[in-house]
Design a protein around this ligand. Structure first.
Ligand SMILES: C[S@@+](CC[C@H](N)C(=O)[O-])C[C@H]1O[C@@H](n2cnc3c(N)ncnc32)[C@H](O)[C@@H]1O
Length: 273
């Protein structure tokens, strides 16, 4: 792929989504854009590029973003944050929020839904008494329209199911439909999916959350974008709430009201009360 074309697409995607494609990513970008160009009926990337240079709409921009985002995810990814949620974070929050009777959780950059559904499964399996008394709300967002559409369907193939989902959850909360598995309506009902660009958190998110999962997305951003998004997320967290990053990620900023807590075999960021 010509340098000018690589630069054009990567600049466009970084401006819109924050995803930064540095040196060494040429092959990845080329193979994903080639696939997109062919699927849209263009001969090659150059033809797609020439078409876009004449102007493009939101639909095409979404297709490019979908093609250039990495949507890797699986049920109960990293396991330990979910163990901490079950054994420590949720029991503490259900006690702390006894008056409000409301707990809100945000899975920011949820890809195809496995992360918020894992949280919902923990709630249904271990906190069903509280679900009767509390309003529990999981908000799950991603920039990728295609991923959100798949997440809303809640239908997964055998490979996706085999990646991390314990068999007892499969038996209890999924129904087989041919080669696919469909998640139960009662799991779906706890999760609200929406397309959201994390660069627009400040303008679009007015709610405050008790728990925010933001895992394996900041790694795609430049330092400056990472810090901006992290600060916006921190502002969306209620005092007494928890922000959880990926196992290999660390907070790009610290704040006076921030405390890093180690819970079991995971760590997270607690907003002091
Ligand atoms: C590697 S996946 C991580 C999914 C999930 N959090 C997990 O850990 O399993 C990263 C996700 O971030 C999303 N993403 C990238 N840039 C984004 C942005 N600016 N706003 C919202 N989501 C974004 C991608 O579409 C992708 O689904």
């Amino acid at each position: 792929m010509e340098r000018a074309i690589f630069d054009f697409f990567t600049t466009l995607v970084e401006k819109f989504s924050g995803i930064s494609y540095g040196e060494g990513k040429e092959y990845l970008v080329e193979s994903r854009l080639s696939e997109l160009a062919l699927s849209l009926g263009y001969k090659d990337i150059k033809e797609l590029y020439n078409r876009i240079k004449q102007g493009f709409d939101h639909k095409l921009l979404n297709e490019i973003i979908d093609a250039l985002t990495t949507n890797e995810t699986y049920f109960f990814r990293d396991f330990y944050p979910f163990e901490a949620l079950r054994n420590y974070i949720l029991p503490e929050l259900f006690k702390k929020r006894e008056k409000e009777k409301k707990i809100s959780i945000w899975s920011a950059a949820c890809s195809t839904g496995q992360e918020p559904y894992s949280i919902a499964l923990i709630l249904l399996e271990h906190f069903s008494i509280y679900l009767k008394k509390f309003k529990v709300f999981i908000y799950a967002t991603d920039i990728s329209k295609k991923s959100i559409e798949k997440a809303k369907k809640g239908v997964y193939n055998q490979i996706e199911i085999n990646r991390g989902l314990p068999v007892n959850f499969l038996i209890k909360y999924f129904k087989q439909e041919g080669p696919y598995w469909k998640i139960d309506e009662k799991v779906k009902n706890i999760v609200n999916f929406e397309v959201l660009n994390l660069l627009e958190t400040r303008q679009k998110i007015k709610e405050k959350f008790d728990i925010i999962f933001c895992r394996y997305v900041l790694i795609y951003f430049s330092n400056q974008v990472k810090q901006k998004v992290f600060k916006d997320l921190w502002n969306c967290l209620k005092p007494g709430g928890y922000l959880i990053l990926g196992a290999t990620e660390i907070a790009p900023l610290t704040f006076p009201d921030m405390e890093r807590k180690v819970i079991g075999k995971t760590s997270c960021y607690y907003k002091k009360d």
